[in-house]
Design a protein. Structure first.
Length: 202
């Protein structure tokens, strides 16, 4: 049986990502993002679900592994490659307001970004709470400070930018969405945003 786009993307990501996410293989982060996405996948039109899951597996691959857009389009098609391009920060600096404006142009990129941010915050919270018992006190303190710094950074970006990632009427025009599709996408984004707010207020 021919693998789905999502299955191909999962393998491609696992084979391509060479770095670690904290102390874990990078696929650990990607699986966390996919888990968040699967909680709202039924709110995404069925004809787009496979491409959105594929893009979620690949969302960091341009930025971290310098895989270019042409390669992704050839491997996974235009819908996936365009989503990954939207999700990629094309500068050497932290994500800018322009980056978030770009994300807001596409509901599926918005959803994936929110899933990514939830996964990041959950990992930072877990890092503060589950430090390895054999590490020295100095190492534990350093790890905790790094986790707290990341958490603070994510919270600031959420307050300034991510809170603005929401349904926009331009999606209806650009994607020619039926009313119920637009409503469901808005519902998915609202659900993810509420989860983020809850995490930041723990």
């Amino acid at each position: 049986m021919e693998p789905t786009l999502a299955q191909k993307a999962e393998k491609f990501a696992a084979d391509t990502h060479k770095g670690l996410y904290g102390t874990k293989p990078y696929t650990h982060h990607l699986k966390m993002v996919i888990d968040e996405l699967l909680e709202v996948i039924d709110l995404i039109p069925k004809q787009n679900q496979d491409a959105v899951i594929a893009a979620a597996w690949l969302h960091d691959i341009m930025e971290d592994e310098k895989i270019n857009n042409a390669v992704l389009e050839d491997e996974f098609g235009k819908e996936v490659s365009e989503l990954v391009w939207l999700l990629t920060n094309h500068t050497d600096k932290r994500a800018s307001p322009e980056y978030y404006e770009k994300l807001k142009s596409d509901p599926f990129a918005t959803i994936i970004k929110l899933c990514d941010r939830i996964a990041n915050v959950k990992y930072s919270l877990a890092g503060k709470e589950k430090l390895h018992p054999n590490e020295s006190d100095v190492t534990k303190l350093d790890a905790q400070m790094r986790c707290e710094h990341k958490f603070s950074m994510y919270k600031h970006e959420n307050d300034v930018f991510v809170s603005e990632l929401k349904y926009t009427e331009s999606w209806d025009i650009h994607f020619k969405l039926a009313n119920d599709v637009g409503f469901n996408l808005d519902k998915a984004i609202s659900k993810l945003r509420l989860k983020l707010v809850h995490l930041f207020n723990q």
